[in-house]
Design a binder for this molecule. Structure first.
Ligand code: NI
Length: 463
């Protein structure tokens, strides 16, 4: 039996002295994979360290509503860098918490909402699933979730306590319900009713350790091994065997967070002497003409990823890069969303005599809120930037960037800066009948870049 704990806080001080034993106990109980949810600046930082050390642990990065109003702008900038790190599979936990604690000032609802919305925007830009924390604030939380939806990569209502009343809305938004220790509490009948009726493909198990232990450990520290008690309670409520429940919920977790251990999919493939690297299926844009909207296939290669490949897998998969004309980072998505991995692999390629090209939408400044070009020097030999239109308004209509900034201007600025820094840059446009490709060519050349028109839906073959 394999269980996945989709929400733990193992970076917490509560585990400082016995973290390894805790992980060992979890493993022995069948908890093979864990997702460590982010909550605060310091926690997010620790999580990145933890997931580097523990192979079966993945992370999520986010700022919990309790962190507001006392968390400032730089924390959001840091988040952008952290969200691009390896094994970060979600954004969260984020949300609203209006619970009033005695001896504490009342929650600042406006500050929480502002931070929640900001992070919802970020989740859309990075196309990551979200982990949502809501306490005594379901009306407002669902209001804002609807405002910023739809969420193409879904999410989970962590420790779902919205009852039957809000379940339909949650399911209609494509979200999962996260169920933990409270399902075993005598007073949690509403939560048990949710567990009875929720579709089997929308149920996730979580401990929220060190918080919310099951009834038999109440008042004490929770730990991932107690996920089994949660699973048993849910199996009884749903009238299925523990094995069936474990299988269903683990499949759900793998699907939402893209955790497939064995078959990540095709991440390295060669076409006519070029080696392509499929880094991610996520993108900061949603082009109306994007081939991935129709099918995730290039030539004979199916490019859906059930897990994003790690740098070490990519380097092994590339083999001898000098055998190829170029190693091209493209993704069936935006490779810059995985910049640290991209640069690590590019470094290995360069050190073995390979040549590196990066195909990008040029959104780096929006993704990171800073200039990434200096760190790419010496590692990226050429940029290929898809601009697709010389007209900002048409660009927005066709490319549909997941950001409200004037993205066209940002891309033009990225191209111009790259040229000035000495990078060879090719500007591309898909030849659509409504696009004035001559104007794109003129703009590219005025920036000092080359221009290449691309035939619509013609992928991986010379034009
Ligand atoms: Ni939590």
């Amino acid at each position: 039996m394999v269980l996945i704990d989709t929400h733990v806080h193992l970076e917490d001080e509560a585990f400082a002295s016995d973290r390894d034993e805790i992980l060992q106990r979890a493993e022995e109980t069948g908890i093979k994979t864990l997702i460590n949810a982010g909550s605060a600046v310091e926690a997010n930082r620790k999580i990145l360290q933890l997931i580097r050390q523990a192979p079966n642990m993945y992370g999520s990065i986010g700022l919990h509503p309790h962190e507001f109003p006392n968390t400032s702008e730089p924390a959001f900038t840091d988040m952008r860098e952290q969200l691009c790190q390896e094994k970060i599979v979600a954004l969260g936990e984020i949300g609203l918490d209006y619970h009033v604690f005695p001896d504490y000032p009342p929650p600042d609802q406006k500050a929480q909402q502002k931070a929640f919305c900001k992070q919802l925007e970020m989740a859309k830009l990075f196309e990551l699933p979200i982990i949502v924390h809501v306490r005594e604030a379901y009306e407002d939380a669902l209001h804002w979730l609807k405002q910023y939806g739809p969420y193409t990569n879904g999410g989970v209502m962590h420790c779902y306590a919205g009852g039957e009343e809000h379940l339909a809305t949650v399911l209609d938004m494509g979200f999962y319900t996260g169920i933990g220790g409270p399902v075993t509490y005598p007073k949690a009948e509403a939560m048990r009713e949710v567990v009875r009726i929720v579709p089997s493909d929308r149920l996730l198990l979580e401990t929220d350790a060190p918080y919310l232990p099951p009834q038999f450990r109440r008042g004490k520290r929770n730990e991932p091994a107690y996920l089994k008690a949660v699973a048993e309670a849910c199996a009884v409520l749903r009238n299925v065997s523990l094995e069936t429940l474990a299988e269903q919920t683990s499949a759900n977790a793998r699907c939402l967070f893209k955790l497939e251990e064995k078959h990540p999919g095709t991440f390295v493939y060669d076409i006519q002497g070029y080696l392509y690297i499929n880094l991610t299926n996520r993108c900061s844009a949603d082009c109306t003409f994007c081939p991935r909207r129709i099918r995730r296939q290039v030539q004979q290669y199916e490019l859906s990823l059930s897990r994003e490949p790690l740098a070490e897998e990519l380097i092994a998969g590339i083999g001898d890069p000098a055998k190829y004309r170029e190693v091209v980072f493209c993704g069936f998505g935006e490779p810059i969303l995985r910049l640290p991995t991209l640069l690590q692999v590019a470094k290995a390629v360069k050190s073995r005599g390979g040549r590196v090209r990066v195909d990008t939408n040029g959104h780096a400044d929006i993704i990171f809120s800073r200039d990434i070009l200096p760190e790419c020097q010496g590692l990226v030999d050429e940029w290929s930037v898809s601009l697709n239109s010389a007209d900002p308004e048409q660009y927005t209509r066709l490319v549909r960037p997941r950001s409200n900034t004037n993205v066209h201007a940002v891309v033009v600025e990225f191209i111009s800066r790259a040229v000035k820094m000495g990078f060879p840059v090719t500007v591309t446009a898909v030849k659509l009948s409504e696009v004035n490709t001559q104007a794109v060519q003129k703009l590219a050349e005025s920036l000092g870049a080359r221009y290449r028109g691309r035939l619509h839906q013609r992928l991986g073959e010379p034009e």
